[in-house]
Design a binder for this molecule. Structure first.
Ligand code: AMP
Length: 335
């Protein structure tokens, strides 16, 4: 499918896309990685690319690395990832990293054993040396770039985007664009979504699985509504200690799932979830805003991300007041 907007976008990257294609042709074994605590975009980009590659290069071995998601794997939104022994990594293999650029957040450290590394991402951070690095921070989702790559290969070389791959890529784009709501959503996002729909995917069951909630979610939201705090400058947040997680039957990973309860509230400028993670141990923060650059705050607190959606952490709740003060200062200084 030739489309002016999609073509103009991938023209910028065609040299790198050709180089990536050469690498894919060169290696017999290819492993696809993404970030820890995966979201729709990380998993959708990963499984979308995996399905496309598997169908178009049937004689090669492709693997999907990283932990399974606590909700999305059991509910069937995404399949299980591959569990590989260390010996698999002894042969030469190509590593493809999607939706992440910083080393400490890549979900399986064995990406370091790849002979060469390719990255397709939309996060601003890159602290690893990639053989080929395609990063476009203007895109709503990493999957927008993955789809752009695939569309280029389809138009130029006649490779085929399968319905199954389109299904996963669509989930990713809907997820990271907040159902086409966030400011990062562009004409390109819509054109790419339309291209995916042209492959015959059925969006109704996709939305059902992505946004289906249970009674436990109601209880979770009740907890937030009963316990949230809001500062004078308009930083809204909730704290989930380990004991709260246990009482609500949630994993630490799920703590951020309702952070966007605040997203449409007038007077809320920055909103965050603060969730204890006893494994690190630390409190993980998911930061969101419509107008203020939260990535700067996140970087101050061992994190990073996008202007309006970032992740960070504090060692203990002793640092919470300071963190909220930083959010407030960001609001007050930008006004
Ligand atoms: P989260 O709040 O975990 O959903 O993260 C929001 C966005 O920020 C996602 O795109 C993450 O990939 C990104 N992000 C989260 N934590 C970090 C981090 N420590 N460094 C860089 N990016 C991050």
């Amino acid at each position: 499918m030739e489309n002016e907007i999609i073509t103009a976008q991938y023209e910028k990257y065609k040299e790198q896309f050709d180089q990536i294609l050469d690498k894919i042709k060169h290696y017999d074994k290819i492993a696809i990685f993404r970030h820890i605590m995966p979201d729709f975009d990380a998993l959708g980009s990963q499984f979308g690319l995996y399905n496309f590659l598997k169908e178009n290069f049937p004689n090669k071995e492709f693997k999907v690395l990283g932990d399974n998601h606590v909700t999305f794997t059991p509910n069937g939104l995404f399949p299980e990832t591959n569990k590989l022994n260390d010996s698999w990594f002894n042969d030469d293999f190509l590593g493809i990293i999607v939706d992440v650029g910083d080393e400490k957040r890549i979900a399986d450290p064995r990406f370091k054993r790849a002979k060469e590394l390719v990255k397709l991402d939309h996060h601003p951070i890159t602290d690893t040396n990639f053989t080929i690095d395609v990063t476009d921070t203007s895109l709503a989702a990493a999957a927008e770039l993955v789809t752009s790559f695939i569309c280029y290969l389809e138009n130029k070389y006649n490779y085929k985007l399968t319905k199954e791959a389109a299904h996963y890529l669509y989930i990713a784009i809907v997820g990271d664009s907040g159902r086409f709501l966030f400011g990062s959503t562009s004409r390109h996002t819509f054109e790419i979504a339309s291209y995916l729909l042209s492959k015959g995917i059925n969006i109704v069951p996709i939305y059902e699985k992505m946004y289906e909630k249970g009674i436990s979610d109601l209880e979770f939201q009740k907890f937030i509504l009963n316990n949230y705090k809001i500062s004078k400058a308009g930083t809204a947040y909730y704290v989930l200690k380990d004991s709260d997680l246990k009482e609500l039957g949630l994993s630490s990973e799920q703590g951020k799932e309702h952070v966007n309860l605040f997203s449409a509230i007038k007077g809320v400028n920055i909103w965050c979830s603060i969730t204890e993670d006893t494994t690190e141990p630390c409190f993980r923060i998911s930061l969101r805003s419509r107008y203020f650059d939260v990535s700067k705050i996140a970087r101050k607190y061992k994190g990073g991300g996008h202007l309006s959606a970032s992740g960070a952490q504090i060692d203990s709740l002793d640092d919470l007041d300071k963190f909220i003060q930083d959010c407030d200062e960001t609001i007050l200084n930008s006004k």
